[in-house]
Ligand binder design. Structure first.
Ligand code: NAP
Length: 326
């Protein structure tokens, strides 16, 4: 296939949003390609158990990701494993560019690039990543079997990951900067019920320390008294939120102060034919089901957009005929 071949729709990102968009786009007979640089399914792959995807009371994240991918491919969705380096909006068509200089063009684009775990920015965090510092309990929890770990954060992710770690580790300390968890009530109840999870309230980490074998302690500060202490730990798991992956968002796109893209009800940006879905889009909550719903909305809207564009192109008379017609 020619690299400059024109598509109806290019989807960038293969998480639940991108793959749902792929399913709806293929069902709408759009000539579609999905580009994903990692494993199809995105962040879902990192979830031990998903319990809020309707129809599945419990399903492993990797299994759900695989089901999304197989479902999309069952409609013949073309998936390219590659990294997009630039997205250029245009009047006649939009363009995505790759590292090797190749380009693809399309009438519509759905950007579904999600985001990344937020870094806390304390000494030791960067240097000790992979040596005891982690952002994924499902990926790294196994290494802390019967050990002590500190979890930083008080949201749904910190609570969920702590519950996962509590099944493996001897002791889990949740280090939270306030006196109440942000996590939902059910997760809070579960955290309280675990005898090997202790919440250290009004506490922030100030440094992560290591010896030759990896992390050995985290320095903590009481946010109310200012008192400092050292907590012995074998690992530090950081779950303090999420940064949207907006590096491909074209200049001039409406975004909020936190870097999320503002769209209309069709998930369309202020660039006609460019849609943003999932965790990158400004919205009330970030959930798998919402990303999937965004994918549906954007693909249906893109189908209408492409159809309208093609109809208007067909109706446009060549210039020599325009002269005759006038
Ligand atoms: P979040 O809800 O933004 O929570 C981040 C937590 O980290 C908060 O407790 C926050 O403290 C703390 N924090 C932020 N910056 C910090 C810093 N510099 N130092 C220390 N602590 C810091 O992020 P999330 O837990 O990743 O969740 C993201 C979204 O995904 C949410 O909408 C959440 O509901 C959703 N989610 C849902 C589920 C589920 O329903 N199963 C699972 C995971 C995530 P404060 O509380 O003081 O602000």
């Amino acid at each position: 296939m020619s690299e400059s071949e024109m598509y109806d729709l290019i989807i960038v990102g293969g998480g639940p949003g991108g793959l749902s968009a792929g399913i709806y786009a293929m069902r709408a007979a759009l000539k579609t390609i999905l580009i994903e640089m990692g494993a199809p399914g995105g962040q879902v792959n990192n979830s031990d158990s998903v319990e809020n995807w309707p129809g599945d009371e419990h399903i492993g994240g990797a299994e759900l990701a695989m089901k999304f991918s197989l479902h999309a491919q069952s409609y013949g969705l073309e998936i390219r494993s590659d990294e997009v380096v630039e997205l250029e909006p245009g009047l006649d068509f939009h363009t995505v560019k790759f590292h090797d200089g190749s380009v693809l063009r399309s009438h519509a684009i759905i950007l579904a690039t999600g985001g990344n775990p937020r870094k806390i920015g304390i000494p030791g965090e960067e240097d000790l990543y992979g040596k005891g510092v982690s952002y994924c309990a499902v990926c790294d929890g196994f290494f802390f079997r019967d050990k002590t770990v500190a979890v930083i954060g008080g949201g749904d992710t910190a609570a969920e990951e702590s519950l996962y770690l509590a099944k493996l580790a001897k002791q889990v300390y949740i280090v939270h900067r306030r006196d109440a968890l942000r996590a939902g009530a059910l997760l809070q109840q579960r955290v309280k019920a675990e005898c090997n999870i202790e919440v250290l309230w009004n506490t922030v980490p100030t440094a992560i320390k290591a010896d030759d074998s990896g992390v050995r302690a985290v320095d903590l500060k009481d946010t109310q008294t200012g008192a400092q202490r050292e907590l012995a730990t074998d690992g530090v798991f950081i779950f303090i939120g999420f940064d949207p992956n907006n590096k491909l968002v074209p200049a001039g796109t409406n975004m909020n102060a936190d870097g999320y893209v503002v769209t209309d009800g069709k998930c369309e940006t202020n660039f006609p034919g460019i849609y943003v879905i999932g965790d990158l889009r400004e919205k009330y909550a970030r959930q798998i089901v919402l990303s999937a719903a965004d994918g549906c909305t954007a693909a249906l809207a893109a189908a209408h957009y492409v159809e309208t564009r093609k109809a208007s192109e067909t109706c446009e008379l060549p210039s020599e005929l325009e002269d005759v017609a006038s």
